[in-house]
Design a protein around this ligand. Structure first.
Ligand SMILES: [Zn+2]
Length: 102
């Protein structure tokens, strides 16, 4: 299983919606919220990644699943709105073709 960690929202940056999880490259079933955190900044738990690619801490891409953030989701969406100036809808069509190599 992948690791689960708890981060402060304020410790995240680069929030965006995507459908490919970082690190393990697993495709999510639908767009999910992602952000970047420092791998040693977790309040608890740890994110599944290796620290082998050089001395830490590392900036890693993490998924922010809505089911794990129900209580904070309103605040998260608000912050996203402030950042992107648009609302997120689950029915949002992905912009551009998603042909990625690698
Ligand atoms: Zn690390």
């Amino acid at each position: 299983m992948t690791g689960r960690a708890i981060y402060r929202f304020s410790d995240m940056d680069g929030l965006h919606y995507d459908n490919v999880s970082g690190g393990i490259g697993r495709k999510t079933s639908h767009d999910a919220l992602f952000g970047y955190v420092m791998c040693d900044a977790a309040i608890s738990g740890e994110v599944a990644h290796s620290c082998r690619h050089g001395p830490g801490p590392h900036r890693i891409k993490v998924c922010v699943p809505k089911v794990c953030n129900k209580e904070d989701w309103k605040a998260i969406e608000k912050a996203m709105k402030a950042k992107t100036g648009s609302t997120f809808s689950a029915d949002r069509k992905p912009s551009g073709a998603s042909s990625r190599s690698g």
